[in-house]
Write a protein that binds this ligand. Sequence first.
Ligand code: 5AD
Ligand code: SF4
Length: 466
Amino acid sequence: MTRPRKLFVKSYGCQMNVYDSHRMADTLAPEGFVETTTADDADLVILNTCHIREKAAEKVYSELGRLRLLKNSARTQGRKLTIAVAGCVAQAEGEEILRRAPMVDLVFGPQSYHRLPDLLARAERDGRAIDTEFPAETKFDFLPAAAGDKVRARGVTAFVTIQEGCDKFCTFCVVPYTRGAESARPVARIVAEVERLAACGVREVTLIGQNVNAFHGEDIDGSTCPLGRLLRRLAEISGIARLRYTTSHPRDIDGDLIETHRDLNALMPQLHLPVQSGSDRILKAMNRRHTADDYRRVIERLRRAQPALAVTSDFIVGFPGETDADFEATLRLIEDVGFMTAFSFKYSPRPGTPASELADQVPESVKSERLQQLQALILRQNARFQRDCLGRLFDVLFEKPGRHAGQIVGRSPYLQPVQVLGPETLIGEIRPVRITDAGPNSLFGVVCAPPHERQHDTACLAATGA
Ligand code: 5AD
Ligand code: SF4
């Protein structure tokens, strides 16, 4: 019998990549690959890359430098280490990676990973291989997940890709170029995957996609299914207690989705809704196709439907032409909306995107200063959000043992880690927890019995404007 080959997949960037990495491992399992947690003893290393901002691509090249040494030392031991670059940097840079990084054997884009066994064979036969085509068929049709086997649950929570690609063409963003046009998975496949995950003990599913609320998948009866309907359908699956979705675009929040936030207990009261800027001039230049007030209004409608809703967002500072006044409009929006937390980035020109060619690029020092100011405001809002959790009763889904004996860790409806003293038999269970202490990143509490009836403590945490 041949020795199983070891596979190490390193993911960069978003949850979509983490999901893709798992599916790559699933695709390679029938080929005799078992996963390992380090590159040191691997036969195949796949870097599943992200191209969204500059540093992400730089990190890949420096990781490749380290892998070159590993490949050389494997060779001196008579072993072959195959190095593959996947994901969005692979899609965007293609041949350039093979030129710049001679140690790389295989380059493939996000549309190709279902062809991995074949690509590996090609790389072995021809020395190197590259596949960055956008094929007419969708990879969703070829995944083991879709074929009905090999979906492995890796805990009590799971991510499920329901949609990929983006047609929005924000002028700063590479996603429409690296991930291609929007394509949705058929409902039957999503339901089947979630049913399998539930059968493996998964209690919480996060639906993911670059523009997940643009989801319009083909339903079983041939009609088009919007996200709200899909969420309601998935909530019926026995064992599934919690649902989330990410990442969304403000323009694609429709009435049905807002009602789903109102009516569906399983849908957690937390929403990641990137806005990027609070200045209408900049939003226009970004081709976001909504104003700051449109954003305020959509949040207002969502909060009317679900008063417990906490909102998180993404911001870019220093977009070309951003003035002090534009930046102040962003700070005002943050103050008006009140975020649980947010990701914020300095604008980074991405090759091939319209904004990278604009005159009026903002100096690095101004970007840094604005980023600091914005992050300080978000931090204050987040500290207030954490503080407001004190004394509340949260349903907590327990996920794993804690670091200390007798401790277990779960997640609140807001995804905050919650630590309690309790038996490991609670892992996979949802219990009400009274919050007794709130740190910047974690909550601490005591498990209460009997289970309370309400899913969310709706009295809490509406606006957290600082
Ligand atoms: N520069 C800085 N941030 C960016 N993002 C996307 N493209 C860029 C860029 N060119 C940020 C946006 C997006 C998040 C995933 O990454 O805020 O919502
Ligand atoms: Fe990129 Fe999101 Fe805009 Fe699509 S909607 S282009 S993924 S920022």
